[in-house]
Design a protein around this ligand. Structure first.
Ligand code: DUC
Ligand code: ZN
Ligand code: ZN
Length: 470
């Protein structure tokens, strides 16, 4: 089956160029100057007219939590609902976090994650591994996963004592292992011990509303943990270190300094930290703010965080935009924390909206078109060992392609989204631009405002080491 995409402008890390794209089977076969395919007598079973539209590599969202167990419940998207929603939004690859909790065998946690995802994904997927209990066995398992399972990145938590938390000694040992085997350490950098004290003090004062989730997790404690992790990685021998869901100016400054010193330090942010605030969303009246309880929390409106994060995306101190997609319904899930903000399941659902939300940076002049594609597709693919199979429109690459209409608009809300949530953290957001058509490995999965894919089309991706290391 051959598909020819004509008339569009292909956007990649090197620029935006009018180009026709020939897809043969699951991969991109050739690129042509406009009209050159027809002149060369190229025929196709399916011709897609992309005139006036951008043709971009499918989005790569490297931070999702489908069905994550958290706070006595589970994230509400399954691998089926979550990957279908991702496809609607132009994301054609996710990397989800398999979980080892303290006391569990790493390989058992991984097997459980495969069982959840196998045969259910509408787009391709890979896994990172959360190591919730760093010990001799877990360290050995890290080697095994890198060598045999295609898992080359491991998330550690400086937050959530008693759940996922690692102490500094455990972090150092895991970093030494990663220095040795080339894996990337992904760090949730918040000082969880101090946060738990502040949260208990707030509750004792009767401060139970969702906004106190943010007030008791100040940005300084993200900055402190980020600095500590960067130092530990330096001591462990320039360990490849990637900070997840960065939200704070103080943390970004640490990353900028480490990168300026030439270290293997990288970071991502998420749309919620670029747009939403402690006052406007988390501080909504009554219990409404529970919709936006996530960790790290949304930051105060009048501090420098959002401007600094956009700047970091421009300068590459922030390399990637992921979502930290971790949806919970309001009814029966977020409501678990009525009267006690510490019991609200942490997470926001955004997997469907990342490409659109970051494209607004292009519309407002904060990002170039190339940077949009780099931060949402090319760089995440390279960072996590998937390039050039993913992340680029080039001959030989998987035909994961988004045709994006810059003249259309998107209104986000619970009535139209496809995520398994009873509310939207982005209700009423008006977006300039719209995902028009999506191909996953050569198959059209979204077109004419309909889903044409199927659960089970998505394949598990064995990943190589990060392609950014020196
Ligand atoms: N943060 C969240 O908000 N949810 C899940 C895990 C995390 O680190
Ligand atoms: Zn995290
Ligand atoms: Zn996360």
């Amino acid at each position: 089956m051959k598909t020819l995409i004509t008339g569009g402008t292909v956007v990649g890390p090197l620029g935006a160029t009018p180009t026709d794209v020939l897809v043969d089977g699951e991969t991109i076969a050739a690129l042509y100057a406009p009209g050159a395919a027809a002149a060369a007598g190229v025929t196709a079973d399916n011709v897609i007219d992309a005139t006036g539209k951008y043709v971009v590599p499918g989005g790569v969202d490297v931070h999702t939590h489908m069905q994550l167990p958290f706070g006595g419940t589970f994230a509400s998207d399954t691998f089926e609902t979550g990957t279908i929603a991702a496809a609607w939004g132009g994301t054609t690859t996710i990397i989800d976090f398999a979980v080892q909790r303290t006391g569990e065998v790493v390989q058992d946690g991984l097997a459980a994650w495969h069982a959840k995802a196998d045969g259910r994904c509408a787009i391709d997927y890979g896994f990172h591994m959360i190591i919730g209990g760093v010990d001799d066995e877990a360290l050995k398992a890290m080697d095994h996963l890198v060598e045999h399972e295609g898992i080359t990145s491991f998330k550690l938590f400086m937050a959530y004592p008693g759940v996922f938390y690692s102490d500094d000694g455990q972090i150092l040992r895991a970093m030494q292992k990663a220095t040795d085997n080339g894996a990337l350490i992904m760090m949730h950098a918040e000082n969880g011990i101090a946060i738990d004290v502040l949260a208990a003090q707030a509750l004792a004062r009767g401060e139970t509303d969702p906004v106190y989730h943010g007030i008791t997790r100040p940005s300084a404690l993200e900055g402190e943990a980020t600095h500590r992790a960067a130092v530990l990685a330096q001591v462990a021998g320039n360990t490849p270190l990637y900070f997840v869901h960065m939200s704070a100016s103080e943390a970004l400054a640490v990353v900028s300094a480490a990168r300026a010193a030439g270290r293997n330090v990288f970071a991502e942010t998420c749309p919620q930290y670029l747009y939403l605030t402690l006052e406007d969303q988390l501080g909504a009246p009554g219990f409404e703010g529970a919709k936006w309880v996530a960790s790290p929390p949304l930051r105060p409106r009048d501090e420098s965080h959002r401007d600094d994060l956009w700047r970091g995306l421009r300068t590459d101190d922030l390399a990637v935009v992921s979502t930290d997609h971790c949806p919970f319904c309001f009814k029966d899930q977020k409501e678990l924390g009525r009267g006690d903000f510490t019991k609200i399941p942490n997470g926001i659902g955004t997997v469907e909206h990342r490409m659109d939300l970051v494209y607004q940076g292009v519309v407002t002049g904060r990002l170039s078109l190339q940077r949009w594609v780099e931060t949402c597709s090319t760089t995440p693919a390279r960072m996590f060992g998937l390039y050039p199979k993913k992340g680029i429109i080039a001959p030989g690459s998987d035909a994961d392609i988004v045709i994006y209409d810059p003249t259309a608009t998107t209104t986000i809300g619970v009535a139209t989204h496809h995520m398994n949530m009873d509310h939207s953290a982005w209700e009423g957001f008006e977006i300039a631009g719209r995902v028009d058509t999506v191909l996953s490995r050569g198959s059209v999965v979204i077109s004419d405002n309909a889903f044409h894919g199927r659960p089970g089309h998505g394949q598990y991706l064995r990943r190589g080491l990060s392609q950014y290391l020196r």
